[in-house]
Design a protein around this ligand. Structure first.
Ligand SMILES: [Zn+2]
Length: 388
Protein backbone atom coordinates (compact mmCIF):
# COMPACT_ATOMS: atom_id res chain seq x y z
CA UNK A 1 0.00 0.00 0.00
CA UNK A 2 1.25 3.39 -1.09
CA UNK A 3 0.74 5.26 2.18
CA UNK A 4 2.38 2.60 4.28
CA UNK A 5 5.46 3.64 2.36
CA UNK A 6 6.90 6.52 4.36
CA UNK A 7 8.72 7.92 1.37
CA UNK A 8 5.46 8.28 -0.57
CA UNK A 9 3.86 10.05 2.38
CA UNK A 10 6.83 12.39 2.67
CA UNK A 11 6.63 13.22 -1.04
CA UNK A 12 2.90 13.94 -0.76
CA UNK A 13 3.59 16.30 2.17
CA UNK A 14 6.48 17.98 0.37
CA UNK A 15 4.11 18.84 -2.50
CA UNK A 16 1.03 19.79 -0.44
CA UNK A 17 2.96 22.13 1.85
CA UNK A 18 3.81 24.52 -1.01
CA UNK A 19 1.93 27.70 -1.83
CA UNK A 20 0.51 27.80 -5.36
CA UNK A 21 -1.79 29.94 -7.48
CA UNK A 22 -2.32 30.36 -11.23
CA UNK A 23 0.99 31.64 -12.77
CA UNK A 24 2.62 31.40 -9.31
CA UNK A 25 3.60 27.73 -9.24
CA UNK A 26 7.30 28.33 -8.49
CA UNK A 27 7.41 26.64 -5.09
CA UNK A 28 5.63 23.52 -6.39
CA UNK A 29 8.05 23.41 -9.33
CA UNK A 30 11.00 23.63 -6.92
CA UNK A 31 9.59 20.85 -4.68
CA UNK A 32 9.02 18.56 -7.68
CA UNK A 33 12.51 19.25 -9.03
CA UNK A 34 13.98 18.28 -5.65
CA UNK A 35 12.09 14.96 -5.69
CA UNK A 36 12.94 14.17 -9.32
CA UNK A 37 16.65 14.93 -8.79
CA UNK A 38 16.73 12.76 -5.68
CA UNK A 39 15.04 9.90 -7.54
CA UNK A 40 17.25 10.42 -10.60
CA UNK A 41 14.28 10.88 -12.92
CA UNK A 42 14.85 12.83 -16.14
CA UNK A 43 12.87 16.03 -16.65
CA UNK A 44 13.07 19.46 -18.21
CA UNK A 45 11.01 22.65 -18.28
CA UNK A 46 9.27 23.46 -21.58
CA UNK A 47 9.18 27.10 -22.80
CA UNK A 48 6.03 27.78 -20.70
CA UNK A 49 7.84 26.35 -17.63
CA UNK A 50 5.60 23.31 -17.43
CA UNK A 51 7.62 20.39 -16.05
CA UNK A 52 8.05 17.56 -18.56
CA UNK A 53 8.80 14.37 -16.61
CA UNK A 54 10.45 11.20 -17.93
CA UNK A 55 12.58 12.72 -20.69
CA UNK A 56 15.53 15.07 -20.23
CA UNK A 57 15.12 17.42 -23.19
CA UNK A 58 12.99 18.41 -26.15
CA UNK A 59 15.25 16.21 -28.32
CA UNK A 60 14.57 13.18 -26.12
CA UNK A 61 10.82 13.96 -26.09
CA UNK A 62 10.75 14.09 -29.90
CA UNK A 63 12.87 10.93 -30.14
CA UNK A 64 10.41 9.01 -27.94
CA UNK A 65 7.33 10.04 -29.91
CA UNK A 66 9.09 9.41 -33.25
CA UNK A 67 9.88 5.77 -32.52
CA UNK A 68 7.95 3.63 -34.98
CA UNK A 69 5.78 1.54 -32.68
CA UNK A 70 2.17 0.56 -32.14
CA UNK A 71 2.65 1.11 -28.39
CA UNK A 72 1.21 4.58 -27.58
CA UNK A 73 3.21 7.16 -25.65
CA UNK A 74 1.15 7.89 -22.56
CA UNK A 75 1.10 11.63 -21.92
CA UNK A 76 -0.04 12.08 -18.33
CA UNK A 77 -1.26 15.59 -17.49
CA UNK A 78 -1.94 17.24 -14.13
CA UNK A 79 -1.76 20.88 -13.09
CA UNK A 80 0.36 22.53 -10.42
CA UNK A 81 -1.78 25.62 -9.78
CA UNK A 82 -4.90 26.14 -7.69
CA UNK A 83 -7.35 29.07 -7.57
CA UNK A 84 -5.89 32.03 -5.72
CA UNK A 85 -5.06 35.71 -5.94
CA UNK A 86 -2.28 38.06 -6.99
CA UNK A 87 -1.48 41.19 -5.00
CA UNK A 88 -2.07 44.44 -6.92
CA UNK A 89 -1.25 47.39 -4.67
CA UNK A 90 -0.49 48.28 -1.05
CA UNK A 91 -3.09 50.82 0.15
CA UNK A 92 -1.10 51.34 3.36
CA UNK A 93 1.18 49.23 5.62
CA UNK A 94 -1.48 46.60 6.20
CA UNK A 95 -4.00 46.65 3.37
CA UNK A 96 -3.34 44.92 0.07
CA UNK A 97 -5.67 44.99 -2.93
CA UNK A 98 -5.86 41.77 -4.92
CA UNK A 99 -7.21 40.21 -8.07
CA UNK A 100 -8.57 36.64 -7.96
CA UNK A 101 -7.83 33.95 -10.58
CA UNK A 102 -10.05 30.87 -10.97
CA UNK A 103 -12.96 29.46 -8.96
CA UNK A 104 -13.59 30.35 -5.33
CA UNK A 105 -16.02 30.31 -2.44
CA UNK A 106 -18.80 32.82 -2.98
CA UNK A 107 -20.22 33.52 0.49
CA UNK A 108 -19.02 34.24 4.06
CA UNK A 109 -15.86 35.72 2.59
CA UNK A 110 -15.29 38.64 4.95
CA UNK A 111 -12.86 37.72 7.71
CA UNK A 112 -11.78 34.60 5.80
CA UNK A 113 -8.20 33.60 6.57
CA UNK A 114 -5.70 33.72 3.71
CA UNK A 115 -2.04 32.79 3.34
CA UNK A 116 0.40 35.01 1.46
CA UNK A 117 3.52 33.93 -0.40
CA UNK A 118 6.21 35.26 -2.71
CA UNK A 119 8.64 33.34 -4.88
CA UNK A 120 10.65 32.28 -1.82
CA UNK A 121 7.66 30.78 0.03
CA UNK A 122 5.04 31.78 2.61
CA UNK A 123 5.46 35.35 3.90
CA UNK A 124 2.48 35.78 6.21
CA UNK A 125 -1.26 35.69 6.69
CA UNK A 126 -4.22 37.98 6.44
CA UNK A 127 -7.99 38.25 6.45
CA UNK A 128 -10.35 39.23 3.66
CA UNK A 129 -11.57 42.74 4.38
CA UNK A 130 -13.48 43.39 1.14
CA UNK A 131 -14.43 41.07 -1.70
CA UNK A 132 -16.29 41.67 -4.91
CA UNK A 133 -17.70 38.80 -6.97
CA UNK A 134 -17.65 38.53 -10.76
CA UNK A 135 -20.90 39.70 -12.45
CA UNK A 136 -21.81 35.98 -12.84
CA UNK A 137 -21.57 35.60 -9.04
CA UNK A 138 -19.54 32.39 -9.54
CA UNK A 139 -16.22 33.50 -8.08
CA UNK A 140 -14.34 36.35 -6.46
CA UNK A 141 -13.08 39.08 -8.77
CA UNK A 142 -11.06 41.33 -6.50
CA UNK A 143 -10.87 42.75 -3.01
CA UNK A 144 -8.74 43.88 -0.09
CA UNK A 145 -6.75 41.78 2.39
CA UNK A 146 -5.81 43.05 5.84
CA UNK A 147 -2.35 41.61 6.27
CA UNK A 148 -0.74 40.73 9.59
CA UNK A 149 2.62 39.31 10.57
CA UNK A 150 4.33 39.92 7.26
CA UNK A 151 7.73 38.27 7.62
CA UNK A 152 9.47 40.60 5.18
CA UNK A 153 8.66 43.58 3.01
CA UNK A 154 7.32 42.39 -0.35
CA UNK A 155 6.15 44.34 -3.37
CA UNK A 156 2.39 43.96 -3.88
CA UNK A 157 2.77 42.41 -7.32
CA UNK A 158 5.13 39.73 -6.02
CA UNK A 159 2.52 38.44 -3.57
CA UNK A 160 0.14 35.58 -4.27
CA UNK A 161 -2.28 33.90 -1.90
CA UNK A 162 -5.29 31.76 -1.26
CA UNK A 163 -7.59 30.59 1.51
CA UNK A 164 -5.77 29.08 4.49
CA UNK A 165 -6.80 26.70 7.25
CA UNK A 166 -5.26 25.20 10.40
CA UNK A 167 -2.41 23.68 8.37
CA UNK A 168 -1.51 23.25 4.70
CA UNK A 169 -2.77 19.65 5.05
CA UNK A 170 -3.75 17.09 7.67
CA UNK A 171 -5.52 13.75 7.69
CA UNK A 172 -8.41 12.37 9.74
CA UNK A 173 -8.82 8.65 9.17
CA UNK A 174 -8.92 8.08 5.42
CA UNK A 175 -9.65 11.73 4.66
CA UNK A 176 -6.96 14.19 3.70
CA UNK A 177 -7.84 17.87 4.25
CA UNK A 178 -5.81 20.53 2.50
CA UNK A 179 -5.82 24.07 1.16
CA UNK A 180 -5.23 22.52 -2.25
CA UNK A 181 -5.93 18.99 -3.43
CA UNK A 182 -6.87 20.20 -6.93
CA UNK A 183 -4.60 19.31 -8.59
CA UNK A 184 -1.56 18.66 -6.42
CA UNK A 185 -2.95 15.13 -5.95
CA UNK A 186 -2.76 14.58 -9.73
CA UNK A 187 0.77 16.00 -9.72
CA UNK A 188 1.73 13.62 -6.90
CA UNK A 189 0.25 10.65 -8.81
CA UNK A 190 2.41 11.47 -11.86
CA UNK A 191 5.54 11.75 -9.70
CA UNK A 192 4.76 8.39 -8.05
CA UNK A 193 4.14 6.80 -11.47
CA UNK A 194 7.48 8.09 -12.76
CA UNK A 195 9.21 6.66 -9.69
CA UNK A 196 7.46 3.27 -10.09
CA UNK A 197 8.52 3.14 -13.76
CA UNK A 198 12.05 4.41 -13.42
CA UNK A 199 13.83 1.09 -13.85
CA UNK A 200 11.86 0.28 -17.01
CA UNK A 201 12.13 1.89 -20.39
CA UNK A 202 8.54 3.06 -20.73
CA UNK A 203 6.72 5.20 -23.28
CA UNK A 204 5.88 7.66 -20.50
CA UNK A 205 5.80 11.46 -20.44
CA UNK A 206 4.38 13.40 -17.50
CA UNK A 207 3.30 16.99 -18.12
CA UNK A 208 2.91 19.06 -14.95
CA UNK A 209 1.28 22.25 -16.06
CA UNK A 210 0.75 25.85 -15.01
CA UNK A 211 -2.37 28.02 -14.86
CA UNK A 212 -5.00 25.38 -15.60
CA UNK A 213 -7.52 27.16 -13.42
CA UNK A 214 -7.92 30.08 -15.80
CA UNK A 215 -8.33 27.90 -18.90
CA UNK A 216 -5.56 25.28 -19.36
CA UNK A 217 -2.98 27.97 -20.17
CA UNK A 218 0.13 25.83 -19.55
CA UNK A 219 -1.34 22.88 -21.46
CA UNK A 220 -2.34 25.08 -24.38
CA UNK A 221 1.14 26.64 -24.49
CA UNK A 222 2.60 23.12 -24.57
CA UNK A 223 0.24 21.82 -27.26
CA UNK A 224 0.83 24.92 -29.37
CA UNK A 225 4.53 23.99 -29.54
CA UNK A 226 3.27 21.39 -32.00
CA UNK A 227 5.82 18.78 -30.89
CA UNK A 228 3.17 16.05 -30.78
CA UNK A 229 2.44 16.51 -34.48
CA UNK A 230 5.67 14.79 -35.46
CA UNK A 231 4.73 11.57 -33.63
CA UNK A 232 5.28 8.35 -35.59
CA UNK A 233 3.39 6.31 -33.02
CA UNK A 234 0.03 6.77 -31.30
CA UNK A 235 -0.30 9.18 -28.37
CA UNK A 236 -2.66 8.66 -25.48
CA UNK A 237 -3.34 11.53 -23.11
CA UNK A 238 -4.17 10.53 -19.53
CA UNK A 239 -5.67 13.45 -17.61
CA UNK A 240 -5.40 13.21 -13.81
CA UNK A 241 -7.62 15.41 -11.70
CA UNK A 242 -9.41 15.79 -8.46
CA UNK A 243 -12.99 16.55 -9.50
CA UNK A 244 -16.01 17.77 -7.61
CA UNK A 245 -17.74 14.82 -5.94
CA UNK A 246 -21.10 13.98 -7.57
CA UNK A 247 -23.69 11.26 -7.04
CA UNK A 248 -22.02 8.05 -8.23
CA UNK A 249 -18.58 9.54 -7.71
CA UNK A 250 -18.38 9.36 -3.94
CA UNK A 251 -15.36 10.15 -1.80
CA UNK A 252 -13.75 6.93 -0.54
CA UNK A 253 -15.37 4.58 -3.05
CA UNK A 254 -12.39 4.56 -5.36
CA UNK A 255 -10.94 6.56 -8.24
CA UNK A 256 -13.25 7.40 -11.12
CA UNK A 257 -12.86 6.24 -14.71
CA UNK A 258 -13.75 9.66 -16.03
CA UNK A 259 -15.81 9.31 -19.18
CA UNK A 260 -15.86 13.01 -19.88
CA UNK A 261 -15.99 16.44 -18.29
CA UNK A 262 -18.30 19.45 -18.56
CA UNK A 263 -17.14 20.08 -22.12
CA UNK A 264 -16.27 16.80 -23.83
CA UNK A 265 -16.67 13.05 -23.88
CA UNK A 266 -13.24 11.41 -23.96
CA UNK A 267 -11.99 8.79 -26.45
CA UNK A 268 -14.55 5.99 -26.62
CA UNK A 269 -12.26 3.13 -27.68
CA UNK A 270 -9.43 4.01 -25.29
CA UNK A 271 -11.93 4.53 -22.46
CA UNK A 272 -13.33 1.03 -23.15
CA UNK A 273 -9.83 -0.46 -22.80
CA UNK A 274 -9.20 1.58 -19.68
CA UNK A 275 -12.55 0.73 -18.11
CA UNK A 276 -11.96 -3.02 -18.62
CA UNK A 277 -8.50 -2.59 -17.12
CA UNK A 278 -9.93 -0.79 -14.07
CA UNK A 279 -12.41 -3.65 -13.59
CA UNK A 280 -9.46 -6.08 -13.37
CA UNK A 281 -7.14 -3.93 -11.24
CA UNK A 282 -9.71 -2.48 -8.82
CA UNK A 283 -12.75 -4.76 -8.95
CA UNK A 284 -15.57 -3.12 -6.98
CA UNK A 285 -13.18 -0.37 -5.88
CA UNK A 286 -13.50 2.13 -8.67
CA UNK A 287 -16.29 4.26 -10.08
CA UNK A 288 -17.20 5.30 -13.59
CA UNK A 289 -19.03 8.37 -14.78
CA UNK A 290 -18.95 11.69 -16.57
CA UNK A 291 -17.47 14.18 -14.13
CA UNK A 292 -19.22 17.27 -15.39
CA UNK A 293 -18.73 19.42 -12.29
CA UNK A 294 -15.84 21.08 -14.17
CA UNK A 295 -13.54 20.85 -17.17
CA UNK A 296 -10.07 19.33 -17.24
CA UNK A 297 -6.97 19.27 -19.41
CA UNK A 298 -8.37 16.16 -21.08
CA UNK A 299 -10.72 18.53 -22.90
CA UNK A 300 -7.78 20.58 -24.19
CA UNK A 301 -6.02 17.42 -25.46
CA UNK A 302 -9.28 16.15 -26.99
CA UNK A 303 -9.72 19.45 -28.84
CA UNK A 304 -6.21 19.00 -30.29
CA UNK A 305 -7.26 15.53 -31.52
CA UNK A 306 -5.17 13.56 -29.05
CA UNK A 307 -7.06 10.44 -27.90
CA UNK A 308 -7.71 10.97 -24.20
CA UNK A 309 -8.71 9.01 -21.14
CA UNK A 310 -9.06 10.47 -17.67
CA UNK A 311 -8.95 9.53 -14.01
CA UNK A 312 -10.52 11.56 -11.20
CA UNK A 313 -10.26 11.42 -7.46
CA UNK A 314 -13.60 12.68 -6.05
CA UNK A 315 -13.06 16.00 -4.28
CA UNK A 316 -14.91 17.55 -1.34
CA UNK A 317 -15.31 21.34 -1.06
CA UNK A 318 -14.21 21.88 -4.68
CA UNK A 319 -12.20 25.08 -5.12
CA UNK A 320 -12.35 25.69 -1.36
CA UNK A 321 -16.10 26.27 -1.50
CA UNK A 322 -17.97 24.71 1.39
CA UNK A 323 -20.31 22.29 -0.39
CA UNK A 324 -19.77 19.34 1.93
CA UNK A 325 -18.59 21.22 5.06
CA UNK A 326 -16.42 19.41 7.63
CA UNK A 327 -13.50 20.56 9.78
CA UNK A 328 -12.47 24.22 9.39
CA UNK A 329 -15.28 24.78 6.87
CA UNK A 330 -17.37 27.96 6.91
CA UNK A 331 -21.10 27.68 6.27
CA UNK A 332 -22.45 26.74 2.82
CA UNK A 333 -20.43 28.27 -0.03
CA UNK A 334 -17.94 29.88 2.37
CA UNK A 335 -14.20 29.10 2.49
CA UNK A 336 -13.34 25.47 3.34
CA UNK A 337 -10.43 23.06 3.00
CA UNK A 338 -10.68 20.68 0.07
CA UNK A 339 -10.65 17.00 0.99
CA UNK A 340 -10.07 13.67 -0.71
CA UNK A 341 -9.73 10.05 0.37
CA UNK A 342 -6.23 8.60 0.79
CA UNK A 343 -7.45 5.23 -0.48
CA UNK A 344 -8.83 6.92 -3.63
CA UNK A 345 -5.36 8.41 -4.22
CA UNK A 346 -3.83 4.95 -3.85
CA UNK A 347 -6.38 3.65 -6.35
CA UNK A 348 -5.47 6.40 -8.81
CA UNK A 349 -1.79 5.42 -8.55
CA UNK A 350 -2.66 1.76 -9.22
CA UNK A 351 -4.62 2.79 -12.32
CA UNK A 352 -1.83 5.01 -13.67
CA UNK A 353 0.58 2.08 -13.43
CA UNK A 354 -1.93 -0.29 -15.02
CA UNK A 355 -2.37 2.09 -17.96
CA UNK A 356 1.37 1.71 -18.64
CA UNK A 357 1.13 -2.06 -19.17
CA UNK A 358 2.51 -2.99 -22.58
CA UNK A 359 0.39 -4.56 -25.33
CA UNK A 360 -3.02 -3.37 -24.16
CA UNK A 361 -5.53 -3.44 -27.05
CA UNK A 362 -5.61 0.35 -27.62
CA UNK A 363 -5.76 -0.20 -31.40
CA UNK A 364 -8.52 -2.85 -31.26
CA UNK A 365 -10.65 -1.80 -28.30
CA UNK A 366 -13.82 -3.48 -29.47
CA UNK A 367 -12.44 -6.89 -30.46
CA UNK A 368 -13.89 -8.50 -27.30
CA UNK A 369 -17.28 -6.89 -27.88
CA UNK A 370 -17.35 -7.95 -31.56
CA UNK A 371 -16.58 -11.54 -30.51
CA UNK A 372 -19.56 -11.51 -28.13
CA UNK A 373 -21.83 -9.84 -30.67
CA UNK A 374 -20.91 -12.40 -33.32
CA UNK A 375 -21.54 -15.33 -30.96
CA UNK A 376 -24.98 -13.89 -30.24
CA UNK A 377 -25.66 -13.40 -33.94
CA UNK A 378 -24.77 -17.06 -34.58
CA UNK A 379 -26.99 -18.14 -31.71
CA UNK A 380 -30.02 -16.49 -33.29
CA UNK A 381 -29.11 -17.15 -36.92
CA UNK A 382 -31.77 -19.84 -37.40
CA UNK A 383 -34.49 -17.74 -35.72
CA UNK A 384 -33.52 -14.82 -37.89
CA UNK A 385 -34.16 -17.00 -40.93
CA UNK A 386 -37.40 -18.46 -39.55
CA UNK A 387 -39.76 -15.54 -40.19
CA UNK A 388 -41.28 -13.32 -41.48
ZN1 LIG B 1 -8.09 20.94 -11.32
Amino acid sequence: MLFQNEKSRARLSAILEQPTAPFREGRVIAAIETILKKEKISYFLDPAKNIVVGVKSKAEYLKLIRVKSTEPVRLFIAHMDHPGFHGVEWLDDERLTFEWHGGSPTAHLLGGKVWLADEEGFVGEGRVEEAELLPSGRAIKSGIIRVKDLRRQVKAKEISGGFGFRKTHWSEGDLLYTKCADDLIGVFAIVETAIALKKKKSPFIGLLTRAEEVGFIGTLAHLELGWFKSAKRPLLCVSLETSRTLPGADIGKGPVVRLGDKKNIFHSGATTVFSELAAKVLPGKHQRRIMDGGTCEGSAATSYDIPTIAISVPLGNYHNQSFEGGPDAAETNGPAPEFVSLSDIEGMCLLTQAVMKPKLPWATPYSGAIKEFKANLRKYASLLKSAP
